[in-house]
Design a binder for this molecule. Structure first.
Ligand SMILES: Cc1cc2nc3c(=O)[nH]c(=O)nc-3n(C[C@H](O)[C@H](O)[C@H](O)COP(=O)(O)OP(=O)(O)OC[C@H]3O[C@@H](n4cnc5c(N)ncnc54)[C@H](O)[C@@H]3O)c2cc1C
Length: 499
């Protein structure tokens, strides 16, 4: 592969360009990115998950620089509000609950004590959650195994447009050539059907021997040119529209995302240093755009900044992510709504899996097949957690009743049944979400196991209780001693007019 062309310069395009420019020397292959200022980027995508730290490490980015440039805050998890009916709330934290005892899951001990009247929610044993609820922050510290700080995890909230701009500077400094212009035609080899180049409205041609389709929802190469079919998941994830708008902060930025269920969807609040990003995702079969706008604006915490922007979408993915000499990364390859902030993660997975299978010019089909198989698994895993949130709701509106009655994907049905029967999990290869995530959302949405692991059930609760009390005390004391999130930001990465 001598000439690699990336079409599209949103987060997907520039993440791909940055990663490849980090790996490839100019004499190995040229990297060209084509993007259109006229079309622009989608510009939403403010919340991330902890794997983003690995991507930074790989690129060799100084975290504080990135955070300052993108007005980032720290994210310790997601608070889910009203998903089980008005007034309900729970936290999906990054990090873990308690510590396993005798190699048996902590949540089993908690279930045992709960069955005997223990009043504390499981979140009281998750340091990341405790720190988040107190509005504080600390970095994980792995130097002492078992020390409280070794249980912390975090990610970022940032400005998506600034993130793409940051990576653009990174990639251009490493030799990526940027071509501005709108692609009007994609050229193919008459016999093999492989892509050979793109032609811009200006008449300029950009040729290549391998292509990344990062053209967002347009999917100009994979869909419009190569005709790879769409796998529709709207029967599981029926929301199909979003309105996004920023507002001013009503106080110091929270170190977590808030997701509040609404009558036909849900609303997000994502604090960056300068503002709160808000969005309302809803199902147009159950709610009009006017009503959705009303729900969004009524739910803002501070003064609105600009007008809400409408984005229509379909949930699902392309049947193949890599077709011929083209890989689609980002929205061009599929979309899962941002309920668990996973889109940038799926972009990173696409890039890492491609790097792991980096082909030579013969493009062995086995690489492509393996890539497609893994990417499909990645999408399915994320899908299952999202579907779970909708399915296990406790609300009365017609939309939510509809979601409760859906037939679950088989992989999710088995997972829910296994947990409901005895609080167990069997992990699949390469799973993204740790058991702690599933414990948090399943208990949070009222899937309480009918039985406890018999290896724990036989232990007297009186023996377990003091251990739980000691854990709670240690975690609370530790969290109390931490700086506030706002202070941590100011010291580490405060940007002008921000934290
Ligand atoms: C409502 C909503 C909320 C989201 N929230 C989150 C979140 O919290 N966390 C998260 O991780 N993700 C989130 N996402 C997903 C996230 O926005 C995207 O995954 C991310 O921004 C990557 O987008 P992209 O680069 O694939 O597409 P885009 O940003 O749309 O970029 C497409 C690029 O292709 C170019 N292009 C298109 N057609 C042409 C053409 N003909 N010629 C030349 N150039 C062309 C455009 O100019 C642009 O540069 C959200 C998405 C939506 C819809």
């Amino acid at each position: 592969m001598r000439q690699i062309v990336i079409v599209g310069g949103g987060a997907a395009g520039w993440m791909t360009a940055a990663a490849l420019s980090r790996l490839l020397k100019a004499e190995q292959a040229s990297l060209t990115l084509v993007e259109s200022d006229e079309i622009g980027i989608i510009g939403v995508g403010e919340a991330t998950i902890p794997d983003m730290l690995q991507f930074n490490l790989f690129l060799g980015i100084v975290e504080a620089d990135l955070m300052r440039a993108t007005h980032a805050t720290f994210k310790l998890g997601i608070e889910f509000v009203d998903w089980s009916g008005g007034g309900s709330r729970y936290f999906h934290p990054f990090g873990f609950h308690g510590v396993d005892i005798d190699a048996l899951d902590f949540h089993q001990y908690w279930l045992k004590c709960r069955a005997e009247g223990h009043p504390h929610p499981i979140g009281d044993y998750c340091l990341t959650e405790i720190v988040a609820r107190k509005g504080r922050f600390a970095f994980p510290d792995m130097r002492i195994a078992g020390a409280p700080a070794s249980y912390l995890r975090y990610a970022y909230h940032f400005d998506a447009a600034l993130y793409a701009a940051f990576l653009r500077r990174y990639a251009e400094a490493r030799g990526v050539r940027r071509v501005e212009g709108k692609v009007s035609e994609v050229q193919r080899h008459p016999e093999s059907g492989d892509l050979t180049g793109v032609k811009l409205v200006s008449g300029q041609a950009v040729t290549g021997d391998f292509f990344f389709d990062c053209t967002g929802f347009r999917s100009l190469l994979l869909d419009k040119t190569l005709g790879v079919p769409w796998v529709d998941w709207r029967h599981w994830l029926p929301c199909d529209a979003a309105l996004a708008v920023a507002c001013r902060h009503d106080g110091p930025p929270r170190p977590y995302t808030r997701s509040t269920a609404k009558s036909a969807g849900w609303q997000w609040k994502i604090p960056t240093q300068h503002r709160t990003g808000n969005g309302h995702i809803w199902c147009s079969e159950f709610m009009s755009e006017d009503e959705a706008t009303f729900v969004l604006t009524r739910g803002l915490d501070g003064e609105i900044m600009g007008s809400p922007r409408l984005i229509r979408f379909a949930t699902g993915h392309r049947e193949r992510f890599w077709e011929k000499n083209c890989v689609a990364i980002g929205l061009s390859s599929g979309f899962l709504e941002p309920l668990e902030s996973t889109s940038l993660y799926l972009i990173r997975q696409g890039i890492s899996r491609f790097i792991a299978l980096f082909p030579d010019s013969t493009l062995p089909p086995v690489l492509r097949d393996e890539y497609n198989r893994w990417m499909q698994k990645d999408f399915e895993q994320v899908r299952d957690l999202l579907v779970f949130h909708y399915f296990a709701n406790g609300r009365d509106e017609p939309f939510w009743q509809h979601c409760r009655n859906m037939t679950l994907p088989e992989s999710l049905r088995r997972r829910v049944e296994l947990f409901a029967a005895g609080g167990r999990f069997l992990r699949n290869e390469g799973e993204l979400f740790p058991n702690a995530s599933w414990v948090a959302v399943m208990l949070g949405q009222n899937i309480i196991p009918r039985a406890i692991d018999p290896l724990v059930a036989g232990k007297p609760a009186a023996e377990i209780e003091p251990k739980l009390a000691a854990l709670r005390r240690a975690m609370n004391e530790y969290a109390e001693g931490l700086p506030s999130h706002a202070e941590a930001l100011r010291q580490y990465c405060g940007s002008e007019a921000g934290a």
